[in-house]
Design a binder for this molecule. Structure first.
Ligand SMILES: C[S@@+](CC[C@H](N)C(=O)[O-])C[C@H]1O[C@@H](n2cnc3c(N)ncnc32)[C@H](O)[C@@H]1O
Length: 280
């Protein structure tokens, strides 16, 4: 049923290791990002909502490693929003440094609102659109509707946070609505990632992959791979915390050794230490 090409693409996506692991709620979906790029071979990729760049950098890595001629665009104000929280300019500067170092020839950071970016794209030219901005129903519906005309005949839309039902998130509602007009698939783990097949000529292997994901064995493959990536970041964070604590304790011990009371204490206990050394 599945071609050699299908298996090759699937195996490729399963064994990739992300080069960058920024903090993100998207980490569980990185293996699928590799697969999506590999199966779709999209010419133009647009992401609405990038923040530190977990999803964007995995798209860029897959484009580079597959030697594709794609252009990848990240649209974000890099100021934050009510759901992601607000943050300072260092987030944008760090991402810009990574992009300039690794992906400058095909990756573009558009620092503006999603609406402001619309005129920079022609209708029907975006093969992969990832929507991950503000997650209220009104915001995500506006983003989906306003960008829909930009989607190509081969185009697919990804919606993050389809499983979150708190803090006024409404992506789940949009996902239900679009399911009546388009073929869809929904990952339930990692806060939910919806796949919406918009174009009439989406590559057949990608469609086959979405069908395969209905079977537990394929679904669990992506779930387990995503879980291991998230755990890897948690481990890296723990190692970093341990290093910071070690530096802090060493500093405190040094300060203590320099302190007046420590020196007096050493002086008072000197005879006892002397006797102990003599008898041992
Ligand atoms: C959930 S974060 C993106 C997470 C990212 N995809 C990842 O992999 O971690 C949402 C981002 O969307 C941006 N954002 C929200 N609404 C926006 C809008 N209308 N125009 C531009 N940026 C927006 C915020 O600044 C924030 O950085």
């Amino acid at each position: 049923m599945f071609s050699d090409n299908f298996w090759n693409n699937l195996i490729y996506s399963s064994i990739r290791k992300p080069m960058y692991l920024p903090p993100s709620a998207w980490l569980d979906h990185i293996p699928f990002a590799f697969a999506a790029i590999n199966f779709l071979k999209p010419r133009k990729i647009v992401e609405l909502g990038t923040h530190h760049g977990a999803s964007f950098l995995s798209f860029c890595q897959a484009v580079q490693e597959n030697d594709l001629k794609s252009s990848v665009y990240a649209v974000d104000t890099w100021q934050g929003d009510e759901h992601a929280g607000f943050y300072d300019d260092s987030v944008f500067q760090s991402l810009k440094a990574i992009v300039n170092k690794n992906y400058f020839s095909f990756a573009h950071l558009l620092r503006m609102t999603f609406d402001e970016a619309l005129p920079y794209f022609s209708n029907g030219e975006v093969d992969l659109l990832h929507i991950d901005g503000l997650h209220t129903y009104e915001a995500v519906k506006h983003d989906f509707d306003s960008w829909l005309p930009k989607i190509s005949e081969q185009g697919v839309v990804l919606l993050h946070d389809t499983e979150v039902r708190e803090r006024n998130f409404g992506v789940w509602r949009l996902m239900q609505e679009v399911s009546s007009s388009f073929k869809t698939f929904n990952f339930r783990h990692g806060y939910g990632l919806g796949i919406v097949i918009v174009g009439k000529n989406v590559p057949s292997d990608f469609l086959l992959l979405c069908e395969a994901l209905e079977q537990p064995v394929f679904y669990q493959l992506f779930e387990r791979l995503g879980y291991s990536i998230r755990k890897e970041l948690e481990l890296l964070q723990l190692i970093e915390e341990k290093e910071q604590l070690k530096i802090k304790f060493e500093l405190e011990i040094n300060n203590l050794k320099q302190s007046y009371s420590f020196k007096i204490g050493r002086l008072i206990t000197w005879p006892i230490r002397k006797i102990r050394n003599a008898i041992s």
